[in-house]
Every structure is written in C-alpha cells, then in structure tokens.
Ligand binder design. Sequence first.
Ligand code: NI
Length: 174
Amino acid sequence: MAIRKILTYPEKSLLQPSIKVDTIDEDIKNLIADMGETMFNAPGVGLASPQVGVNKRVIVYDTNAANPDKDDSVQEFTALINPEIIAGSGSIISEKEACLSVVDYNSDVKRYEKVTVQALDIEGNPLDFEAQGVLAIIMQHEIDHLDGILFIDRISVLKRTMYKKKIAKMQDDQ
Ligand code: NI
C-alpha cells in the first residue's frame, strides 16, 4: 500500500469521464488499497480514482462516515467498482461541501436526499443499496468524479467563475 498524490483542479484527469473496470485484477486491487490509505491520510471521507490520476470507475469511502458516533481511530473503507446512481429522490442542501481536489473552497450544493446505488464490490459481486443524507451526498459527489464533474460544476455560474479566477490567480502567483 502506498499514499498516492491527490491531484487538484484544473488537472486534466479530474475533468474527463472514467472508463468502466472490466477485470478486477491486481492493479485494481492495489489501486483500491492505495486509495483507502490516501483518503484516510488526507483526511477525507471519500475518494474517486481520477483524483489520483486513474480514470477508471472506482470509488472508496469511509464506511463509518455517516455514523454520528464515529470513532476516528477506526479506519474502515468501502470500495465500489463501476458505481451508478440508478434512482434519486428528494432534495437536500449539502452544506459547505468540499473536495480534496478543490483547494481552499467549499459551497452549499443541492443534492438528492436519497439515492439508489448499483455497483460491484471488490470481489466483483453485484450489489445495490439505498443511501440517504451524508452517505447519499458522498455517493453523488464521488460518482460525479467518475463523470469528470466536480461540486463546483453544481454551483452558480457566478460562484464558479469566482473560484476559477481565484485558482488562476494562485497559479499566476507561483
Ligand atoms: Ni471530491
């Protein structure tokens, strides 16, 4: 296992769609192990493969992220391969949503309150489950990454333009 570098906006891999995984081989298993370690090291509650520069449809998330009594010393993650949101309902505001790949920024984002996710587990077994609240937000945020979509693509044009200007200025200053 190794900690991989988390890429940040406007890195190209973050902006392009990822391809489906057809074989869960050693490379994918290593990728998943590294993503789990990288996520907890950051620390974050979710990570998608484009964030480490791999455009394959894999996400990981903190298994206990939605548990209000969560013990931070317990580091368990779940990996989903080829995850898809097959249904969404209701609406909630994800307050101060942030991303390890979008530095120094957060914003309220409108999300589904409840989603149904279909995916493969690490052994390739199909699964589906319903998520709501925090877990639903994590699913939407991470699966968006696999389509090259960042949370800043889901806020107002004005706010997004301001963020892009800030990043452009930071890069000019370097
Ligand atoms: Ni993110």
